[in-house]
Every structure is written in structure tokens, then in C-alpha cells.
Write a protein that binds this ligand. Structure first.
Ligand code: FAD
Length: 356
């Protein structure tokens, strides 16, 4: 084995495909039962069709050259975020306001959602190159020219190179890294994982009926439980959906899941019309309970948009044989899809496959 990539999110898969393109024998190890990391979709249980994104939704290829290039390379088209008509704004006056809210310049959605990127990378890599349900617990330098990667199952896989593509705080708090100096571990602990404390709700409908009454599907609310919601329908309005970010704390979400569902349905009906309270399905994805993504450190601090992470995370370790590649480590758009493509590609390009 030339290279083990730990973590099958967008960064890890981008690194793996890039290395394979350089002729490397690559194995990706993923702790979860599925690949994609923070990129995940709600799918139709029968057809497998993507109904909605449970992780990221948007890219800005006009301002994100690396994402623009990979979208093209992977053959994934984009379309405009629907934003025609009035938003419903609550909590800023005695009664709800109905008025347009401007969208973001250049903000578009991949056709099929960001999981289309994961599916395309996985096809390019070959399914035999990725092992799911394979949690790494340690990375050891064993004195030979190989690095030992320890799995929770007790198995040890050796490789000439390792790319660590998991959230930095998860690595700092769950992996045995005896070679890592305290300054590096501290840099990892100081790097929050973008959106890791978020819960996202998706309501799927037969059709985007709110558009008929001049509503954009956008909600901005000081009361919640959805503090921000958007039309999340596919191209030409199908499949029809609304997604929103949940404003309740993790404790509230966990203590009263039924109350949360009911409060979301009531809010949707109040804002978008009675039919919005009766979706075909309502799914709430709580990233704050995914131990492969979030840590107690993230949960104990208020989330903020990621800064460029510490330089120590962009240095090679173990004599140039180990590098970090997770979105938050990128210099360009850290924490975002652009950052994941950028760091995955850059780390793979910087990695020499022969010993000097
Ligand atoms: C709700 C939400 C909304 C978002 N919205 C946007 C958006 O609109 N636009 C945008 O650009 N970005 C958005 N983001 C951020 C975007 O999803 C991330 O930047 C990107 O997916 C990060 O990819 P990654 O590969 O770097 O990390 P991750 O996706 O976190 O991948 C890390 C992988 O490592 C695995 N792993 C962890 N521990 C181990 C272990 N011990 N052994 C093996 N594997 C392990 C994890 O299971 C995971 O699969 C959003 C994120 C969320 C959660």
C-alpha cells in the first residue's frame, strides 16, 4: 500500500483520486457506515433518488476556482438557488413581514446536491479503494520506512504515506499520535469544525406550492425553531422541499425531539401556508451528535465562521510521510467545499511517493 487516506469526506476523496492519478496504490479508511462525511443526502428509500441535502447545499464557483474546476472535471452541473418572491420574516415587528430578501451573488447548487460530487469521486476511485465502518484509533511510526495505522477492530495497516483527512479536533481528541508534539496537538484542538454543531431540517413535499402564492420559501425568524429556511427544491421545482437551520440548542433538541418536529411543522404552516405543515417527510439531521465530526470542544464554544487554521497543520510530519487534509486546514475558503477540494488536491500534489 502506497498511501492510506483516513476519512472519506470530500477532502479525503479528492486527495485519494488525485494520488491515484499520480499512480499511487491508495486505500481510504472511513469510520462511518457511508462515505461523504459532512456531505450527506436524504434519499428516496425505494429509488435512491436524492431528495435533499442534509449537509452542505451551496457552492460559489464564480468566486471558487478550485470548486469550479472540480465541478467541471466531475461533470456536475449547477443551478441557481430559487429566491423569487417574498421571504417571510418573523420576530422583527408585531406581525410577519413579507418582502424579498436578496440572495448571495454567485451562490448556486450542484445538480443532485453535493453528494453528486462524492458519488463521482467514488466512481473514479473505485469502490474497492474505500473501506467504511473502519475507525482509525492511532498512527504509529514503527521505525521502518512504513507507518502503522491502527484500527478499532485491532487490525493494523501499514503504508508508506498517510493523509489524515478527519476534523482536526476529532483527531486531537480520539487518535493515539505518540509522535505529535504538544504544539501540534494544541493547533489541532484550536481548529473548530465548521457547522459541526448544526442541525438541519428538511421537509419534502409533492410540489413547491408556496411559489404559487408569491413566496420564495425563504424564512428568517428570531423565534425559530427554524432561524433560516430556503426553498430546497430540485431543478424545475422537483423534488419539492424546504430546508432550514434549527435554532434550538443541542440540549433542547435532544430533550424534546417530538416537540421540535411539531414546532417546525407549525412554523412552516404559519409561514408558507397550511399545506407546509403536512409534508411527505420531515428529516432532522443533527450533526452535533456525530462523534466522527463534532467534539466537546466544538460544543462548548459558540460557532463562528472559520479563520485560516494554524500553519502547523499545513506542515508535513514523520519526515514528509504524513499530511493533514481536511477543509478547515485549507488556505482558500477553509471550512467550505472549496477548502476541501483545495486542501485535498494540494496535499496529494505535495506528497512524494518515493523515499528520498
Ligand atoms: C449542515 C452543514 C451545512 C454546510 N453548508 C455548506 C455549504 O452550503 N457550502 C459549503 O461550501 N460548505 C458547507 N458546509 C461545510 C462542508 O460540508 C465541509 O467543508 C466539507 O464537507 C468538509 O469535508 P472534509 O472532507 O474536509 O471533512 P468531513 O466531511 O468532516 O470528512 C471527515 C471524514 O472523516 C471521518 N472520520 C472521522 N474520524 C475518523 C476515524 N477515526 N477514522 C476514520 N474516519 C474518520 C468522518 O466520518 C468523515 O467522513 C456545511 C456543513 C454542514 C455540516
Amino acid at each position: 500500500m502506497d498511501v492510506v487516506v483516513i476519512g472519506a469526506g470530500l477532502s479525503g476523496l479528492t486527495a485519494a483520486v488525485t494520488l491515484q492519478g499520480k499512480g499511487a496504490d491508495v486505500q481510504v479508511l472511513e469510520a462511518g457506515p457511508q462515505i461523504g462525511g459532512r456531505i450527506r443526502a436524504l434519499r428516496d428509500p425505494d429509488s435512491g433518488q436524492v431528495l435533499a441535502d442534509l449537509g452542505p447545499t451551496w457552492v460559489w464557483p464564480k468566486y471558487q476556482p478550485v470548486a469550479a474546476r472540480w465541478l467541471q472535471k466531475l461533470g456536475v452541473e449547477t443551478f441557481e438557488q430559487f429566491n423569487d418572491g417574498n421571504a417571510v420574516i418573523t420576530g422583527y415587528g408585531p406581525s410577519p413581514l413579507h418582502q424579498p430578501l436578496p440572495g448571495q451573488d454567485g451562490m448556486v447548487r450542484p445538480v443532485g446536491g453535493p453528494t453528486a460530487l462524492i458519488d463521482a469521486l467514488s466512481r473514479e476511485l473505485g469502490s474497492d479503494r474505500v473501506r467504511t465502518s473502519s475507525t482509525v484509533t492511532g498512527i504509529i511510526e514503527d521505525g521502518s520506512d512504513r507507518i502503522a495505522v491502527q484500527l478499532a477492530s485491532g487490525e493494523v495497516i501499514t503504508a508508506r504515506r498517510v493523509i489524515l483527512s478527519i476534523p482536526s479536533r476529532v483527531a486531537a481528541t480520539t487518535l493515539h499520535l505518540p509522535w505529535a508534539p504538544p504544539s501540534l496537538t494544541e493547533a489541532m484542538r484550536q481548529t473548530p469544525t465548521w457547522m459541526s454543531t448544526t442541525a438541519k431540517a428538511v421537509a419534502v413535499y409533492d410540489r413547491p406550492f408556496w411559489r404559487d402564492s408569491g413566496l420564495s420559501g425563504r424564512i428568517a425568524s428570531r423565534y425559530g425553531p427554524l432561524v433560516e429556511a430556503h426553498d430546497h427544491s430540485g431543478i424545475a421545482g422537483s423534488p419539492a422541499a424546504i430546508f432550514g437551520f434549527v435554532g434550538w440548542s443541542l440540549e433542547q433538541r435532544q430533550n424534546d425531539p417530538d416537540g421540535l418536529r411539531q414546532a417546525i411543522l407549525t412554523q412552516l404552516a404559519d409561514c408558507l401556508g397550511e399545506a407546509a405543515g403536512d409534508p411527505v417527510s420531515l428529516k432532522i439531521e443533527d450533526w452535533a451528535i456525530n462523534k466522527h465530526i463534532v467534539t466537546d470542544l466544538d460544543l462548548s464554544q459558540p460557532p463562528h465562521h472559520p479563520d485560516v487554521g494554524p500553519n502547523l497543520l499545513r506542515q508535513p510530519y514523520l519526515g514528509g510521510r504524513l499530511r493533514f487534509a481536511v477543509s478547515e486546514v485549507a488556505l482558500r475558503s477553509p471550512g467550505l467545499i472549496e477548502g476541501a477540494f483545495d486542501i485535498g488536491e494540494a496535499v496529494a500534489a505535495a506528497m512524494t511517493l518515493t523515499n528520498s
